[in-house]
Design a protein around this ligand. Structure first.
Ligand code: ZN
Length: 402
């Protein structure tokens, strides 16, 4: 399933090919977030034209709406959405966490898993989730209906959704959980991983599912505790999953996050792919790739567009704020070196106008540029790893390998 092509002499960075039933992903690769089987604002054909190779959708959201039976009856995610390329679905563990402990602790969504960081204030409140050994009970945010996710039900749901790579239900912890809680949640995640593997094995040859070639990854948990992360990586690696995802609380800072990867990645088998769940900044990409991450998902292209920002290499934090008054009559494209449909046809002034006027086309145009930006950055990252020049490329981007 995974073939390593080149490896850096100085870091753990590597290039490779991830083979899926719907095509090959060249790694390291950015996986665009298509929560509800859609990258907000941009249709699948346009995403493909941008060079994007993989999408990740969300089991929790698709289970609530439109429901996995609807998706399955239309040929799974590929038939349903018209995106014919490689796909992943996450297990819903993170969403359950967001409604539960994440809500109680005022930490949560992907953008700000670190307390006190992130774009939006966190609202604390009572947990909407009940966790037990059986699974997770929760209320739908769509209509208040009651649902239960178990390790087995989440495999069945993902078999019906039909993504190429699927993930087991896990219990995410918050950076504010203590070691004892994080330890017991990790052990539960391991027990759930065994149950998920067994459910996946029993359904391997079952007829009626849209994508028989699916692969199940394991998820490493353990919070920001070194011994727990090492133990989780060892236990999950021993379960012989098709690949591995690193999830949950990555600590209270970026430095914590890099330490978590330093403890985890070396314990995973080198011949299988490694996915980092939910990172966003350009600097993070260099630091993660240097630690041997092959794929990572990132909601930043659409989230930034929503906030009126687009990627620009030489701007502070690689962001150009389109609402900035100085751009009102700026006739240059976002990035003169970018080959995307937005940059080849439209000025910053026009995009500012669309953004301020709330035009729907703004959202599409900004997202197209942001996706293309990351696709090109990862092309450069792969070339740099092949030439063993990743640190030079990181310096050129004002980033470090951490
Ligand atoms: Zn562009």
């Amino acid at each position: 399933m995974f073939r390593e092509l080149a490896r850096s002499q100085h870091t753990a960075a590597r290039t490779g090919e991830l083979k899926t039933p719907h095509g090959i992903v060249r790694t390291p690769a950015f996986v665009a977030v298509a929560t509800r089987a859609s990258v907000k604002g941009v249709e699948p054909a346009a995403l493909r034209a941008l060079g994007l190779e993989m999408l990740i959708s969300n089991t929790y959201h698709l289970h609530l709406r439109p429901g996995e039976d609807v998706v399955s009856s239309l040929g799974g995610l590929h038939g349903f959405s018209g995106w014919r390329g490689p796909t992943m679905t996450d297990s819903g563990g993170f969403q359950v966490f967001s409604l539960g402990a994440g809500k109680e602790h005022g930490v949560g969504k992907v953008a700000s898993i670190f307390p006190g960081c992130g774009d939006a204030p966190r609202i604390r409140g009572a947990s909407l989730v009940k966790l037990s050994e059986h699974g997770a009970w929760f209320r739908s945010v769509v209509d208040g209906s009651e649902h239960t996710f178990t390790p087995e039900s989440v495999i069945v749901t993902q078999k019906k959704l039909g993504a190429d790579i699927i993930l087991p239900l896990d219990e995410c912890t918050s950076p504010l959980h203590d070691r004892a809680y994080t330890h017991s949640a990790m052990q539960r995640t391991h027990r759930w991983a065994r149950r998920a593997r067994e459910a996946f094995r029993l359904l391997a040859d079952a007829p009626g599912f849209p994508n028989p070639g699916q692969v199940l990854y394991g998820i490493v948990q353990g919070g920001a505790y070194e011994d727990l992360r090492r133990e989780s990586a060892r236990v999950i690696a021993d379960m012989d999953f098709g690949g591995f995802a690193i999830g949950g609380s990555l600590g209270r800072s970026k430095d914590d996050m890099w330490r978590v990867l330093d403890w985890t990645v070396p314990a995973l088998p080198a011949d299988k792919p490694r996915h980092l769940l939910g990172i966003g900044e350009v600097e993070d990409i260099f630091a993660a790739v240097a630690r041997g991450i092959d794929t990572f998902d990132c909601a930043a292209p659409t989230r930034m567009a929503r906030n009126g920002s687009v990627y620009l290499k030489d701007a502070p934090r690689h962001r150009l704020h389109l609402r900035n008054a100085a751009l009102r009559t700026d006739d240059r494209p976002i990035d003169p070196s970018c080959d995307c449909a937005t940059c080849t046809a439209h000025s910053r002034a026009y995009l500012q106008h669309l953004c301020r006027a709330g035009e729907l086309s703004y959202y599409r145009l900004a997202t197209i540029h942001n996706v293309r930006f990351l696709v090109r950055l990862l092309e450069d990252v792969r070339a740099a790893i092949a030439a063993d020049q990743l640190d030079a490329l990181a310096r050129e981007w004002g980033a470090s390998l951490g």
